[in-house]
Design a binder for this molecule. Structure first.
Ligand code: HH2
Length: 256
């Protein structure tokens, strides 16, 4: 899954793809590089980010979703809002990537009504404050329990079982140790029977482990972590650097 943030303020690629024509071009390029899905987002969820109004999120994302869908590219819409999800699905998106894990009460029925796929991600709190003091009694059990409950709710709302993907939400209200606990325990998530999506690309815990401040310089750590996640059962990697990740996966899979 290639990342396409149509935002001015995303932590790594903010402002790079704010122009819709440029964004559609970059999405197509990521597909040429081997991405199977393009994840279009119009609201940064980096720690400290302020929420974006639905109208603005729609203005940013809809032309890009429609443009990529017209080219036959599988698109997911990265949104927490059911109004944005509904419009994106109507514009041709096939997947809703919800970092709030179905907090919007209309989200599951919107996805079900469109016969679409949903990625349910775990986040403690909200982006503005989530990294202030993340607290769990047992991070793995709590995240597993949340995802299982939301997957059941999604099925009850009419989403097909195999159209429900789960994501532990690396970096979303988690300390460095909590991120590592979740990654080491990914096998338990895979045992839930749903495809597991993992997003570690260029995230700050990679910077913390390697001493690299600039997110764009975190490719080596991102690939190492992505391959580890796949070895523990992850099926979809959400990445900025598609070309390099696809190459790493090809070599690693030949050896696995
Ligand atoms: N991470 C980000 C955004 N969306 N979706 C899923 N399912 N899993 C993730 O780990 C995930 C996600 C944050 O990364 P990015 O989009 O690069 O930055 P920003 O939120 O600043 O736009």
């Amino acid at each position: 899954m290639g990342i396409l943030n149509v935002t001015p303020d995303s932590f790594s690629d903010g402002g790079l793809h704010f122009d819709p024509v440029e964004a559609i071009g970059w999405g197509s390029r990521l597909v040429e590089q081997g991405a199977d899905i393009i994840d279009v987002g119009g609201e940064s969820t980096r720690p400290g980010a302020e929420p974006v109004a639905a109208e603005e999120e729609l203005r940013r994302t809809l032309p890009v979703v429609a443009g990529l869908a017209e080219l036959g590219i599988p698109v997911s819409i990265d949104t927490q809002k059911s109004v944005v999800a509904r419009a994106a699905l109507e514009a041709g998106a096939k997947i809703v990537n919800d970092v709030s894990g179905l907090r919007d009460p209309e989200m599951a029925s919107v996805v079900a009504g469109a016969g679409a796929t949903v990625c349910i991600m775990h986040m403690q709190g909200s982006p503005r404050t989530m990294q202030v003091a993340p607290t769990y009694s047992n991070v793995v059990d709590e995240v597993l329990g949340f995802l299982l409950g939301q997957a059941r709710a999604a099925q009850e709302a009419g989403i097909q079982e195999d159209s429900i993907w789960l994501d532990p939400g690396i970096g979303f209200g988690k300390t460095l140790e909590q991120n590592l606990d979740l990654l080491v325990s990914l096998g338990k998530f895979a045992e839930l029977g749903h495809p597991i999506l993992v997003g570690v690309s260029r995230k700050s815990f990679i910077g913390a482990l390697s001493g690299v401040d600039d997110p764009a310089e975190r490719l080596g750590g991102s690939i190492a972590c992505g391959l580890f996640a796949v070895s523990r059962g992850a099926r979809i990697l959400r990445v900025h650097d598609v070309k390099q990740t696809v190459q790493a996966l090809a070599v690693w899979e030949a050896l696995a």
